[in-house]
Design a protein around this ligand. Structure first.
Ligand code: ADP
Ligand code: MG
Length: 736
């Protein structure tokens, strides 16, 4: 840090008025160490006239049947504790501008009795009810103490009151609503001027963003909602901007590494392979392959995300890419998230290569499968093959990360079902070669906001169509009472050569009980309804050899029905399995349901996905017309599982489903963000702030394109701020 002005803000909170060493410790416990941290401790909510009512209005709301939360401000005028048998009830009576209301507590009576003193003013938030005497009443409400002055200012000028969350660590040193508000407001008054601006002037001007100092003051004491919104926008923009700087630097850093050689289609290996395929590649597959080929030919490393819906045929694209690498004397590795998927890839690819060997005799292409729990001797042989380049194509699971896996000449890394892995794991595998080309594949569509952030350093290829022979899967939603009919359907369809998956949910917390349930379920079904059928069982507790044996039997049609936990969720490809029955479907997430449905409909027959639920609400079709746009957060929460199931019935495309999923999950819960290694979002929201994100990204990439190492004077602010505040995230950026 250079200027003396920033040093002041780095001083401990201990030196603030009315803090001192003891309170400083409690601040430290909640992550507030410096004066700067106090400046950035923003209110958790605000009291303003738009969200405030009074006792008379509350009464009216209740008469009109409103059942949401409301906020009022009142002065304590009386309190009373009554005894009912061995229970006690505390009632605190308040007066506000329009009348009276009460608050009641059944627990912690002693604490609240002490807390609410006559004459004190509080804001009270909760869902109100009417007492049996017809008075407005709040039970166990949220509350914040307000000074008389504050309430005067509030009523007279309409000024907004900030409400900070007072964590229990603070309460332990007697910091309450009022004292915290006072400490913060004093600090802002005294120190906000010392903040140095962290956004370039041009950007602030271009997007009309408030200056840092002003924005901080506004966050803590907004004049009105308009100004507050402006201040928030500045922090969102800034947050996205610096994240995008990191993304842009990471990408720049990777693509400027010289690979030295460019890969070409040298021999007739790839053309010969294409001739052995039993089908024509789709236009989508061809387009993606040409993008991959162009990247491989260039002498900078490829870093590409291949997106394609479940069943769109990504494996074949991966294999052809691997053959190009092999054709150039390199090894290629394909990593899958589960053992049965890795095993299946190895089997399918071996079969395709065997067919190739009959027409292409110039050289043999060897593959090696590496899984955890392989026999020592087998594993040792595999490792040796990989190290000696006896293996051209290596397929495996997490076992590939181990340090004893050494490639002689790794040129291409492919990660299947990337969404199951973290970003760090990608880097680990990458480091086993000398800047190899990388393709990560996923069927889970990545919302646009994520492909701009977490995956922002990757180029994106999309397979946007399905092979032509496919008939859209029919999806039904049924209550559990319909199970006997569904079983009968499965039995009938067997005559047409159909095989079925029956999925049983296995929830992690209760793995043992659930496993028992799956086993019991298997036993019951195979002895009753399916007595005449061959039924197999697959679950996560089996080792991979056992799983393999079951999958091989199912693929060979030795089983008509496979009862399985979600171990089959990703990637499994059994073309004759055309029915999937998903039990307790309301317990699965949307992307999981979509993946499971993707196990069927991979051939040319009509396929069926039957979702079964005991959730009566969810099974009712009347909710099919629920429109997400108009649903309040409360209703959204209530109907989540039925919306998910209805969405499955209505939509086949993973892209449509992912949009809905994003809305249902909300910004904090998006898969992949947490493991991404990016700073967590404090202000921005990946669902609602896409326009701001888009602008911030454009500006950040623009800066890196023109000044990759940020040496230009005009980027000094950006450079300094990155060094000061993002140093942990800078490992991949070179701006020394
Ligand atoms: P995913 O993209 O879900 O990984 P797969 O690669 O497993 O899909 O392919 C699904 C099925 O479609 C496989 O049985 C595969 O052989 C078949 N397939 C792939 N490409 C085509 C195509 N162009 N025409 C017909 N079938 C295809
Ligand atoms: Mg796949």
């Amino acid at each position: 840090m250079t200027s003396s002005s920033s040093n002041i803000l780095d001083q401990s909170v201990q030196f603030l008025k009315s803090v001192g060493p003891k309170r400083a410790l409690s601040f430290n416990k909640i992550g507030i160490n410096t004066i700067r941290d106090i400046l950035f401790y923003f209110p958790s909510k605000y009291l303003d006239r738009t969200n405030l009512t009074n006792s008379a209005q509350v009464y009216e709301h209740l008469m009109n049947g409103y059942d949401g939360e409301l906020t009022v401000i009142g002065k304590v005028i009386d309190k009373e504790t009554r005894r009912y048998g061995n229970r006690q009830i505390l009632t605190v009576k308040f007066r506000d501008q329009a009348g009276f209301f009460g608050c009641t507590w059944f627990q912690g009576i002693k604490y609240f009795e002490k807390r609410f003193k006559e004459g004190d003013i509080y804001s009270i938030s909760a869902k109100p009810t009417l007492s049996r005497y017809g008075e407005v009443q709040f039970t166990h409400p949220d509350y914040d103490m307000i000074t008389n002055d504050e309430s005067q200012v509030f009523y007279n000028t309409g000024k907004i009151i900030p409400v900070y969350s007072v964590k229990k660590e603070l309460k332990q040193t007697n910091i309450g609503d009022l004292s915290l508000r006072k400490i913060i407001s004093d600090t802002v008054g005294k120190y906000a001027n010392y903040l140095t601006e962290t956004l370039p002037e041009e950007l602030k001007a271009k997007y009309s963003l408030s200056g840092l100092n002003t924005a901080i003051r506004t966050m803590h004491s907004p004049e009105n909602n308009e100004k507050l919104k402006e201040a928030k926008k500045r922090f969102k923009f800034e947050e996205f901007f610096y994240i995008e700087m990191l993304v842009a630097m990471k990408k720049h850093n990777y693509i400027t590494q010289q690979k030295g050689n460019s890969l070409r289609i040298n021999t007739d290996l790839v053309p010969a392979f294409l001739k052995t395929l039993p089908f024509q590649l789709t236009a989508g597959q061809l387009k993606v392959l040409s993008e991959i080929r162009r990247d491989m030919e260039a002498n900078k490393p490829m870093n590409r995300l291949l997106q394609g819906d479940v069943g769109s045929g990504k494996t074949i694209v991966a294999l052809i890419s691997m053959l190009i690498a092999v054709d150039n004397g390199y090894q290629a590795v394909l990593m899958a998230p589960t053992e049965i998927l890795a095993d299946q890839h190895a089997k399918n690819i071996s079969a395709m290569l065997a067919k190739l060997a009959t027409v292409y005799t110039k050289r043999q292409i060897n593959i090696s499968l590496l899984l955890g729990g392989q026999k020592k001797s087998v594993k040792a042989k595999n490792l040796e093959d990989i190290e000696m380049q006896e293996a051209d194509i290596v397929i495996g699971t997490h076992a590939l990360f181990e340090s004893n896996v050494v490639f002689k000449n790794l040129g291409l890394v492919i990660i299947d079902e990337q969404h199951r892995f973290g970003v760090i794991q990608r880097a680990k595998l990458q480091s086993k070669g000398n800047t190899p080309d990388v393709i990560v594949m996923t069927a889970t569509p990545i919302p646009r906001t994520l492909s701009m952030t977490v995956y922002g350093d990757l180029d994106v290829s999309i397979i946007n169509e399905m092979p032509k022979n496919r008939i859209p899967i029919k999806t039904y939603l049924r209550g559990e009472s319909k199970l006997p009919e569904i079983y009968k359907f499965i039995i009938d369809k067997r005559r047409d050569g159909y095989q079925s998956f029956i999925v049983y949910p296995l929830v992690e917390e209760s793995e043992k009980i659930e496993l028992k349930a799956a086993e019991t379920y298997y036993k019951d079904l195979s002895e009753t309804y399916f007595a005449e059928l061959n039924v197999g069982l697959l679950h996560g507790k089996m080792n991979w050899q056992e799983k393999e044996a079951v999958m091989l039997k199912f693929a060979a049609k030795e089983y008509d029905v496979l009862i399985s936990t979600t171990v089959i969720e990703v990637g499994i490809d059994i073309p004759d399995a055309n029915i999937i029955l998903i039990n307790d479907a309301h317990r699965f997430g949307l992307s999981q349901l979509h993946q499971l449905r993707g196990r069927v409909g991979r051939g040319k027959e009509q396929a069926y996905c039957i979702l079964v639920t005991k959730d009566e609400l969810a099974a009712k079709s009347s909710y099919a017309r629920i429109n997400l746009e108009y649903l309040s957060p409360v209703l959204l929460e209530k109907y989540k599982s039925s919306i998910r199931l209805q969405a499955m019935v209505k939509y086949l495309s993973g892209f449509d489903l992912s949009e809905i999923d994003l809305k249902l999950r909300g910004p904090g819960d998006i898969f992949g963000v947490k493991q991404s290694g990016f700073p967590e979002l404090k202000y921005g929201d990946l669902v609602n702030d896409t326009p701001i994100l888009t602008e911030a990204k454009r500006e950040a990439f623009n800066i890196i394109e023109n000044d990759p190492h940020l040496t230009n004077d005009r980027n000094k602010i950006v450079r300094n701020n990155l060094i000061n505040h993002y140093s942990q995230n800078l490992s991949y950026a070179k701006i020394a």
